[in-house]
Design a protein around this ligand. Structure first.
Ligand code: AMP
Ligand code: MG
Length: 318
């Protein structure tokens, strides 16, 4: 396999960037973080992204009105890959009422007192809504795997804390996502694939530009030292959890304009397949609407009458 975004359209590129279910991928060899394809310039892509953001807003209105499906977008990446700015950009046009973003951090004491999917279940989007997980239950096979100390804190029965735990978690996650799909919750997963060099460039920017200092912490550098372990953990996760009902996309993330265009296009494409439409009123509902309209028109005449009576009263008093 080779570089994964050389097709002529974004649609075809998304096919290539989607991790095939049941086939083995090599993350480092198959997916180039710097890939931007050759089918569009940066300016063209930015224009197309803006158009797709507008279309997404229309789709979301229909999703909300229909109140049948929900969309869960899972975003995973190493630090500085652009998760936050992708959310900000891609969701910039949609009605905030229909979107919830949940950022998953190191679990709290309360969260650790539950099974590992608990906090995600609580945050699932309701029908008609788009839920975005900024990090997710996938951290349970990523950071928790790279740093076994996190697993120790999970208070698991010792017999369950064994070598097979990661294989079991992949299965549990696949079953969970199957369950969501069977309930009309569409799951779409993006791994923003940034290169180690680009991460360094962005970290340096965060150090050098005062307004970006808040984004940087010394812990980020410590995580960077585990780069290869993270790549291995990501690769195994992608190979085990990309399914037809909940596919992973490996999105090149060294160029933000390409990342955004790819993500918004994939969301747009997924919603398009749902054939969303505003609910049509039934005959009875139409009759009710007409009755309501007639009542309001009648009410309009009444208000006039009330005004006239009030005028007559005030004249008498003067
Ligand atoms: P950030 O997304 O940069 O605000 O950082 C959140 C941090 O929380 C990251 O370092 C994640 O790896 C960490 N985190 C998220 N979920 C978990 C989890 N289940 N267990 C341990 N750490 C987690
Ligand atoms: Mg961070």
């Amino acid at each position: 396999m080779s570089v994964k975004c050389q097709a002529d359209t974004m649609e075809e590129n998304l096919e290539l960037l989607r991790v095939p279910s049941g086939k083995h991928i090599d993350l480092r060899r198959d997916y180039d973080p710097g890939c931007v394809g050759h089918f569009m310039t940066k300016r063209e892509a930015e224009k197309a992204t803006a158009a797709s953001v507008r279309l997404l807003a229309e789709q979301q209105e229909k999703l909300y009105a229909q109140n049948t499906y929900a969309l869960l977008i899972v975003l995973q990446a190493l630090d500085a890959a652009g998760k936050d700015s992708t959310i900000k950009n891609v969701m910039s046009g949609v009605n905030p009422q229909g979107v919830q973003v949940t950022s998953f951090k190191v679990p709290s004491a309360e969260e650790l007192d539950h099974d590992y999917l608990w906090r995600s279940c609580v945050a699932l989007p309701r029908r008609g809504n788009i839920g975005i997980f900024n990090r997710s239950y996938y951290e349970e096979v990523l950071v928790v795997r790279v740093h076994p100390a996190f697993l120790e804190r999970q208070q698991l029965p010792p017999v369950l804390n064994d070598r097979d735990i990661w294989g079991r978690r992949y299965k549990e996650i696949n079953n969970f996502e199957r369950y969501l799909a069977d309930n009309g919750i569409i799951v779409l997963k993006f791994f923003l694939n940034v290169s180690k060099e680009e991460q360094k460039r962005r970290f340096l920017q965060r150090v050098e530009e005062p307004d970006k200092n808040w984004k940087f912490s010394a812990a980020d550098i410590r995580e960077r030292a585990h780069w290869e372990e993270y790549m291995d953990a990501y690769e195994e996760m992608l190979n085990n959890t990309s399914t037809p009902s909940a596919p992973w996309y490996v999105i090149p993330a060294d160029h933000k304009w390409f990342t955004r265009f790819a993500v918004v296009s994939a969301i747009h494409q997924t919603l398009d397949r749902l054939h969303l439409a505003y609910p049509k009123a039934t005959r009875e509902q139409k009759e009710e609407l007409l009755t309501a309209k007639a009542e309001m028109e009648h009410e309009g005449g009444d208000t006039g009458g009330t005004k006239k009576r009030a005028k007559r009263k005030s004249k008498k008093r003067s």
